[in-house]
Design a binder for this molecule. Structure first.
Ligand SMILES: Nc1ncnc2c1ncn2[C@@H]1O[C@H](COP(=O)(O)OP(=O)(O)OP(=O)(O)O)[C@@H](O)[C@H]1O
Ligand SMILES: [Mg+2]
Length: 251
C-alpha cells in the first residue's frame, strides 16, 4: 500500500534519514521502533509531506507521492497525527474536530450566498460526523470544553478524532502513547484495534512496547536513519542487532 525507497534527508550536517526503505502492507498495523534520533519522526514527516526528502521515493497506492503536500495526501485518505498534539486551544473539542474536515462548502465565498440550504445541510452533516467521532473516542461529554483541560491521553484521543474526520485509509501515528497514563494507553489500544478491524491501515511510531506488542502485525526497526530489520514483535525483540542498536544509541 505504501512503499518507501532509499529515503535520505539531512538537517545541516545530520543525516536524519540515510537510505531508509520500507513496505507497508494494506490492512496491517506496522510499528516503527528504534532509539531516539533514529529518524522515525523524520520518516513519518517525509511520508506525510511535512518534510521534503533529499532523495528516494514514496509510493502510495501505486502512485509516486514523494514531496506531495499534506492536503493532497489527506484527499487520498492518508493522514498523520503528531508526536506533540496540535489542537487549537481557543476552540472547543467539537470545533477542533470540525476544523479537520475537507472541501467544506461554507469555505467558498459564493456558496453560502448562492446555495444557503445546501451549505447548511453540509454543516449539519459535518457537525453530526464530528460529534459521532467524539463519542467514538469517549470525549463527547467534553465537546464544548476547550482542550486545555484535557489529560495527555485525552489530547491523543482528540488527535485521533481529528484524523478520523478525513475518513482515512491509512493513519500514521507518531508516539500516541507518549505522556499517556497506562489505563488510557489501553483505551487507545482498544480504539486502534477497532479501527484496524474496520480496515484502516496503521503505521505506528512508538517507544511503548506494551502498545507495540499489543497492536503490531509487523515491526520495523530503524537505527541511524536506516531500516535495520523487520519481522514479528518476537523476532525483533530477540534479534542481537536490535539489542545492539538500542544499547549503542541510548546508553
Ligand atoms: N527540523 C530539524 N532540524 C534539525 N535537525 C533535526 C530536525 N528534525 C530532526 N532532526 C535531527 O534528525 C535526527 C532524527 O530525528 P527524528 O526526530 O526523526 O528522530 P526520532 O527517531 O523520531 O527520535 P525520537 O524517538 O526521539 O522521537 C536527530 O538527530 C534530530 O536531532
Ligand atoms: Mg520522533
Amino acid at each position: 500500500m505504501l512503499s518507501v525507497q532509499s529515503l535520505t534527508k539531512k538537517f545541516g550536517g545530520v543525516a536524519a534519514l540515510a537510505g531508509c526503505s520500507l513496505e507497508i502492507p494494506e490492512g496491517q498495523i506496522t510499528a516503527i521502533i528504534g532509539p531516539n534520533g533514529a529518524g522515525k519522526s523524520t520518516l513519518l514527516n517525509c511520508i506525510a509531506g511535512a518534510v521534503t526528502p533529499d532523495g528516494g521515493h514514496v509510493r502510495y497506492l501505486g502512485t509516486d507521492v514523494t514531496g506531495a503536500k499534506p492536503y493532497i495526501l489527506a484527499r487520498n485518505r492518508l493522514v498523520r497525527t503528531f508526536q506533540i498534539s496540535r489542537e487549537l486551544s481557543s476552540l472547543s473539542l467539537l470545533e477542533n474536530v470540525l476544523l479537520a474536515r475537507q472541501n467544506a462548502s461554507d469555505e467558498s465565498f459564493f456558496d453560502p450566498i448562492l446555495f444557503p440550504a445546501r451549505v447548511r445541510r453540509q454543516q449539519d452533516a459535518d457537525i453530526d460526523k464530528a460529534m459521532k467521532l467524539l463519542v467514538r473516542v469517549g470525549l463527547e461529554g467534553l465537546a464544548d470544553a476547550t482542550p486545555n483541560i484535557l489529560s495527555g491521553g485525552q489530547k491523543k484521543l482528540l488527535e485521533l478524532a481529528r484524523a478520523l474526520m478525513l475518513e482515512p485509509r491509512m493513519v500514521l501515528l507518531d508516539e500516541p502513547a507518549a505522556g499517556v497514563a497506562p489505563p488510557m494507553v489501553q483505551v487507545l489500544i482498544g480504539i486502534i484495534k477497532e479501527l484496524h478491524q474496520e480496515g484502516v491501515t496503521f503505521v505506528l511510531v512508538e517507544h511503548n512496547m506494551d502498545m507495540v506488542s499489543a497492536l503490531s502485525d509487523q515491526v520495523c526497526v530503524m537505527a541511524e536513519g536506516k531500516d535495520l530489520m523487520s519481522g514479528s514483535f518476537e523476532q525483533v525483540a530477540s534479534d542481537a542487532r536490535v539489542v545492539e542498536a538500542y544499547l549503542g544509541g541510548v546508553l
